[in-house]
Ligand binder design. Structure first.
Ligand SMILES: Cc1cc2nc3c(=O)[nH]c(=O)nc-3n(C[C@H](O)[C@H](O)[C@H](O)COP(=O)(O)OP(=O)(O)OC[C@H]3O[C@@H](n4cnc5c(N)ncnc54)[C@H](O)[C@@H]3O)c2cc1C
Ligand code: FES
Ligand code: FES
Length: 1363
């Protein structure tokens, strides 16, 4: 083969790498993380769905002497395919030593990095957008800005997931580079102060000069590239043919070589979906064949070579529209390009090929968008099958058997379409109509559609109406093997003059044509989408847009359109509209200088190094020599005997060293993996698995990849004979009395007398039911640990955990060694949300056990699927309630029976009743009683996910009030207001946590949020909107929260070093919530009490260091929102001791010298042997242990009645943070928490199969919010409610309570649905319980559409036909 290059050569951040031998399935991410020092690329999913691994790839064209730069997901890009390329990671942009890049600085300064695990990927997405913008013809920007536009800036991060921030600050950091940004629109930051002039603001932004671009493609690589750079390496099994002939030879030779398994590769993004672990004998990279990478145009249309990336297809289609002005450009190609922009995300589209997409659709039944789009346009493909080239239509291609591995798709041809044809008669004018549709959980991409469609029609206008000359209707992704043409509908419509009856019949036929295969989820919903989209298209077809001379719209459509509503308006809203992203946001914070620097909105400690990739997470710690990697083998059965484990290959897979299980627990040790005081839970299932996802064994291998593959290949032999059936539902648990006991001190107290309250009621609702599902944490960093055996039977474990102290004692007990032999170290955690409390412990313990048994370091980084299967998540529950109320809406009594599915282990479940009741009590129920049972089932143990129990209870409370309001036909907001507590009733419900009456700020907040959100006016506007719009409905809702926070004991240690710098250790763990930053500020404040010169900048001298369980004992658990404040208090106590010790010396020095600086004081203190290290253990006074947090939110949504899509138009939050320790950090917590709540209420379905095994176990099936699903207007006000004597420096918590406020979005959606149902009823749909209905959580598109009516269109048509 020509141009043979045996060695792989590429550059990373300007450094040359030459790799002679590599496993061809090695990804760029695996190589970077294990063979280079560039650890900024993070593994968030491995599916292409999160963006944590994004890097910039640069390619050089020696002929044109041009470099092309674009982002790719390094988790899917194969290393061999970067031969000759240059890779830039965020380390390549800048660092703490040589200077940060303005992207790093701005992300830090806009408070856009919390845990920081997503931040390096986000930096690269922004960087790529900046360099692409420089190549656009956009006007020259002002100095300091780029050519980027605001909307491009936001779209740049559309594929990047962030679980912490809620995206608003990230969007601000991106937009700060945009030429068209209004600087006043940018949110809170550390660069300028409120009120600064515009010019001052601009000058304070870290300077950005587009000319300063770093060199993405080094010169030395250019020189090498001038000779051939086609990798054809036998040792790598990688081939890059440079022509079709070479390709044919290669394919033929492998036919000759019997049984050679061959795989054609382009972008390898398909593997994100299929996660193939099969190894092939030969990999053939098609991208070096020029014929396959060109875009050709002729008179008939445009042809794309199969390897052309989707991004380039989009670019070319747009070019057809704007530059080449091809026939149908604006009408067709622009729309196809816009639709394609919703495929995956930019960093996937840049490497994903059009050919790869179609082959996946043809061969593997992938739910492709491209297939549907091109089918509607009568496209064709060229294929090469056994040396024979064929050109066939796309429809023929899909009707053939799956393409065999040695056949190649060469190109795709899309014909041109003339938009308008004049038939030359007075009678008719032909017109082309084209539209595409896509219903997906995320509007601008990164989510597969429930259904997609593309419709093309040729119509003409006649005296007696609109004639359909020809129509092509393609539907796809709805659960059939391939995209289809709805031929019967087409036949029905072709040649007909449009009428209602024709439309009605078309709708009936389409329902019989678009039928998902058996087993497809939401089958009826998907079919209803087909109906909705066809209706929308046909409605438009006959719509008012066309002003054909002499023929009026009314004449054309007289009997189709209903003239009672503004038909133009109606017509507009059923058009597909690309939703805008975050359009505006406002943050109001009140900082106080009383405890300076406490109260300052300081940048989060470590934010810049998180952005530059220098921050070290557990998996970034370099592997010690001889290190092994582990992966769990887990059960897929809920309750079964494990007879044995084998591997498909019958021997240990390649690279595997050992498999350990409960049988390997050392003598004296115990099979324990986690602990919930005082109960220890098993590490491994013994002979019996207890739930699907239970750990059975631990595979150890030389690399993480080998361990993961081996765990996947493991075959577990189960036996269920003579075992009782597992308990999988709560009712079964009740029947079999399978409960977890709640200790009496955690029993919540009832309030008042329920029977008496019921007797006082005018009305009642009895035994109403609510059901709630689970939620997954989706921390970006999955569970991980590294265990290193030390001398004398000791073990050091680095763990990403929220409670190192617990893991410490579990490890000691498991290994049978004293606790002083164990040390658990945690520096930073890439997001926790409660998921890295108990559930991180088995990961650390398994590593420690293996390291102990094998006397080798052992580490593990869980793959996302295993993590999702083992996580447990939020508690699902079933609720039955009875409520009594007066005619004016005042509740008199409430009783609830709650069955909580706690899973198999105790974990944090015992706090659930108390937490739930704490949040339920936000309203004055008159009397409140309950029976809450923790059902022990054969599910993975549930844990304390952010606001555990509280978020469910908040929802239950709102649901009850919604129900009451519906029964009484009252406005629900007035019912809410009526049932808000007075100070007296608050005291009755919350007892000592209530505090003084002045601290009860909810009534003020309630009014404040109404005012700031112009609630009353918007209610009127929404009413008007709903009366004018048939297919879009809006709803608005206001919701309050009262959240009972509990402060726990926490240790601290502050030491002052010889140079005056200060080092602090606290019990709390930095999870991204800004705990370290607050501790830093409080330490500086408390030490400044010494009152000597130079203490103003003391905060710069403070460093918080990692938690180390031997250095600081009794660290406890970081949870419940209050660990930041208790850690601050612990540090403050230490500082008080130090100030006390230093004071006499300071006095003496001052007398001698007149004034003393901090540095001199400390130097002298060392000389005078003052003890400069202080320890504390902060134990809150009983009266300070509990307190109440208050907040309220107003949210407005708009829903699409045809699809069930809900858009959050606006959210306004007012939250009482006491006297915030750091308003920027608290604001970040409020926004991030609210958006995580939006995920729970609107998007995230954490589902299991019948055995309880989690099935939504990747980014394809589990959808957390993205930048396009957050409120379009997002306003937050952090209220400073002044002095709270019993709080830490008057502050209050912010981590969890705001999550509950997202219930307002759900309630607003319910309000909008109510409107849709009212309208449906007016069309004749009989529905007795029209206004009383339960909207599921999450309110996904199918759930919303179901309630709006899957048959709404049919009822509408019926109403017109029968008029
Ligand atoms: C996160 C993510 C989200 C996505 N979302 C969407 C979406 O919303 N809508 C949508 O339509 N698509 C979506 N895709 C699919 C994406 O478009 C395809 O993965 C991509 O186009 C495949 O191209 P590739 O070059 O990476 O193919 P590869 O992964 O390299 O190959 C895919 C398969 O096709 C074979 N193959 C590739 N090219 C040829 C050829 N020319 N001839 C013969 N066989 C070939 C390969 O052997 C392999 O089996 C998504 C993908 C990802 C990763
Ligand atoms: S890790 Fe690559 S996209 Fe998630
Ligand atoms: S900061 Fe984005 S995931 Fe934590």
């Amino acid at each position: 083969m020509e141009g043979k290059q045996e060695c792989l050569v590429f550059a990373v951040n300007g450094e040359r790498f030459e790799v002679p031998n590599v496993d061809p399935t090695t990804t760029l991410l695996q190589f970077l993380r294990s063979h280079t020092r560039f650890k900024s690329v993070k593994l968030g999913c491995g599916d292409g769905g999160c963006g944590a691994c994004v890097v910039l790839l640069s390619k050089y064209d020696p002929v044109l002497d041009q470099v092309e730069d674009y982002t790719v997901s390094s988790c899917l890009t194969l290393l061999c395919s970067v031969n000759g390329c240059s890779v830039t990671t965020t380390e390549g942009l800048g660092n703490s030593k040589d200077g940060f890049h303005p992207i790093h600085q701005r992300l830090a300064g806009f408070h856009a990095s919390q845990c920081g695990f997503c931040t390096p990927g986000i930096c690269m997405s922004i960087y790529s957008a900046l360099i692409s913008a420089e190549r656009t013809p956009h006007p020259e920007p002002l100095p300091g800005f780029s050519r980027l536009t605001v909307s491009e800036a936001e779209k740049a991060i559309a594929g990047n997931l962030c679980r912490c921030t809620g995206y608003r600050p990230i969007a601000d950091a991106c937009k700060s580079f945009a030429a068209d940004v209004d600087i006043e629109d940018l949110g809170i930051n550390s660069f300028w102060r409120k009120g600064d002039a515009k010019e001052v603001k601009v000058s304070r932004l870290p300077s950005y000069n587009p000319e300063d671009h770093i060199c993405t493609y080094p010169e030395f690589l250019k020189d090498e590239h001038r000779s051939v750079m086609h990798l054809n390496s036998i040792s790598c099994s990688w081939y890059s043919p440079a022509s079709i002939e070479e390709l044919e030879n290669l394919l033929q030779s492998s036919v000759a070589e019997n049984c050679t398994r061959i795989k054609v590769v382009v972008g390898n993004t398909g593997n994100g979906y299929y996660n193939e672990i099969l190894q092939y004998d030969k990999y053939v990279d098609l991208r070096y064949i020029p014929e396959l990478s060109v875009v050709r145009r002729d008179n008939s249309g445009i042809e794309f070579g199969a390897t052309v990336s989707i991004s380039k297809v989009i670019f070319s289609l747009n070019e057809e529209t704007t530059v080449n002005l091809c026939p149908g450009g604006e009408l067709i190609f622009k729309k196809v390009a816009d639709h394609m922009e919703k495929i995956a995300s930019g960093f996937i589209r840049n490497s994903a090929s059009i050919g790869g997409n179609l082959v996946m659709a043809q061969r593997n039944y992938f739910p492709s968008d491209i297939a549907t789009l091109l089918l509607a346009l009568s496209s064709s493909v060229s294929i090469l099958t056994r040396c024979k080239r064929e050109k066939i239509t796309l429809e023929q291609f899909f009707s053939r058997p799956p393409l065999d591995p040695r056949s190649v798709l060469l190109s795709v041809h899309i014909p041109y379409w003339e938009p308008i044809e004049s038939a030359g008669t007075n009678e008719s004018n032909h017109r082309l109509m084209f539209e595409t549709y896509r219903a997906a959980p995320r509007p601008i991409g990164n989510a597969l559609p429930y259904l997609n469609a593309a419709f093309l029609a040729k119509i003409s206008y006649h005296k007696n109406g609109v004639l359909v000359n020809n129509i092509q209707l393609a539907f796809g992704a709805y659960g059939a093997k391939h995209s289809i043409r709805a031929r019967k509908v087409e036949e029905h419509l072709t040649g007909k003059i449009f009428s209602l009856a024709i439309l009605d019949e078309a709708i009936k036929i389409v329902k019989d044509s678009v039928i998902p295969d058996d087993g497809t989820s939401f089958a009826a919903y998907r079919s209803s989408l087909a109906v909705g989209y066809l209706f929308a298209f046909l409605f438009n077809l006959a719509g008012p847009d066309y002003d054909i001379s002499g023929v009026s719209f009314d004449e054309l459509n007289g009997n189709l359109l209903d003239n009672t509503l503004d038909s133009k308006n109606d017509n507009d809203i059923i058009q597909i509209v690309i939703p805008t992203l975050l359009s505006s946001a406002k943050q109001v914070v009140e900082s106080s200088r009383e405890y300076y620097p406490v109260g300052e909105p300081m940048i989060k400690f470590g934010a810049a190094i998180q952005a530059s990739g220098e921050a070290v997470y557990v998996d970034d710690i370099p592997s010690p020599p001889n290190c092994l990697h582990g992966a769990f083998i887990y059960s897929t059965k809920p309750l079964a005997r494990v007879k044995g484990i084998s591997f498909k290959s019958n021997s240990l897979p390649k690279g595997v060293t050992a498999v350990i299980s409960f049988k390997d627990i050392p003598k004296g040790g115990e099979n324990v993996g986690s602990k919930t005081n005082p109960v220890f839970e098993p590490l491994f299932a013994d002979d019996l698995t207890r739930y699907a996802g239970d750990r059975i064994a631990f595979v150890l291998a030389e690399t993480q990849k080998s361990a993961d593959v081996a765990a996947k290949l493991a075959v577990v032999d189960y036996d269920t004979e003579s075992l009782d059936p597992p308990i999988l539902i709560v009712e079964e648990a009740v029947e079999r009395s399978s409960f977890i006991e709640v200790p009496s001190y955690l029993h919540p107290a009832k309030v008042g007398n329920f029977l008496k309250g019921m007797a006082e009621a005018d009305h009642s609702i009895l035994s109403a039911k609510i059901e709630l599902g689970s939620q997954y944490y989706f921390y970006m960093e999955t569970q991980t640990a590294l265990a290193i055996p030390d001398e004398d039977n000791c073990m050091v474990v680095y763990s990403s955990i929220q409670c190192p102290e617990f893991a410490h004692s579990v490890i000691a007990r498991c290994l049978g060694i004293p606790e002083h032999n164990v040390r658990v170290i945690t520096r930073r955690v890439g997001g926790g949300f409660g998921g890295k409390a108990s559930k991180a412990s088995p990961v650390a313990t398994a590593c420690a056990l293996a390291a102990h048994c094998l006397r080798r370091p052992v580490r593990m980084y869980l793959d996302r699927k295993t993590d999702m299967i083992m996580a447990g998540g939020r508690h699902p529950m079933k609720i039955t309630y009875s409520v009594g109320f007066k005619s004016n809406g005042k509740i008199t009594a409430l009783h609830l029976d709650i069955l909580i599915n706690a899973g198999q282990t105790i974990d944090a479940s015992i706090i659930m009743p108390r937490n739930m009741v704490g949040a339920l009590k936000k309203y004055d129920w008159g009397a409140l009683s309950f029976d809450i049972k923790l059902c022990k089932t054969n599910h993975c143990g549930k844990t304390a996910m952010r606001a555990p129990g509280e978020v469910q209870a908040s929802f239950i409370a709102e649901s009850i009030l919604e129900n009451v309001a519906s029964v009484l036909s009252l406005d629900v907001d007035s019912v809410r207001t009526k049932n808000l507590h007075t100070y007296e009733s608050l005291k009755l419900f919350y007892g000592s946590a209530t505090g003084d009456s002045i601290e009860y700020t909810l009534p003020t907040i309630w009014d404040k949020v109404a005012k700031s959100s112009i609630f009353a006016q918007r209610i009127a506007m929404i009413k008007h909107f709903n009366s004018c719009n048939r297919w879009r409905k809006r709803g608005i809702s206001r919701a309050p929260i009262v959240y009972e926070a509990t402060v726990r004991p926490t240790p601290g240690k502050v030491s002052i070093l010889g140079d005056g710098s200060i080092v602090v250790e606290v019990g709390g763990i930095e999870l991204g919530q800004g705990l370290w930053t607050k501790v830093k500020q409080v330490t500086a404040y408390a030490l400044s009490k010494i009152q000597c010169d130079g203490t103003e900048d003391l905060v710069e001298k403070v460093r918080i260091v990692q938690s180390d369980t031997l250095s600081l004992v009794q660290g406890g658990i970081t949870a419940g929102s209050t660990t930041s404040e208790s850690s601050c208090e612990a540090a403050r106590l230490c500082c008080n001791f130090l100030v006390e010790r230093l004071a006499p010396l300071k006095k003496k020095l001052q007398e001698q010298m007149g004034s003393v600086t901090w540095d001199v004081l400390i130097l002298q203190a060392h000389n005078h042997s003052v003890n400069l290290a202080a320890n504390s253990y902060y134990v809150p006074e009983p009266s300070s242990r509990g307190y109440l947090n208050y907040g309220a939110a107003v949210s407005e949504v708009e829903l699409n009645v045809l699809t069930g899509e809900t858009t959050i138009l606006r959210a306004d939050i007012v939250y009482d943070c006491g006297q915030s320790l750091n308003p920027a950090v608290d604001l970040g917590q409020i926004e991030g928490s609210f958006i995580q709540g939006v995920g729970f209420f609107m998007l995230e379905e954490y589902l299991t199969n019948a055995d309880g095994l989690v099935v939504t176990d990747n980014t394809w099936t589990y959808k957390i919010p993205t930048i396009d699903t957050i409120p379009k207007q997002f306003n937050v006000e952090v209220v400073n409610s002044g002095h709270h004597q019993k709080r830490v420096l008057s502050s209050k918590a912010s981590g969890e309570p705001p999550l509950l406020l997202a219930v307002s979005v759900h309630c607003a959606t319910r309000a909008a649905i109510k409107e849709a149902r009212k309208q449906r009823k007016s069309w004749g749909a009989s529905d007795e319980t029209n206004s009383i209905f339960q909207l599921e959580v999450p309110a996904t598109m199918p759930a919303v559409k179901q309630l709006c009516g899957l048959d709404t269109v049919e009822w509408y048509l019926q109403s017109l036909l029968t008029r």
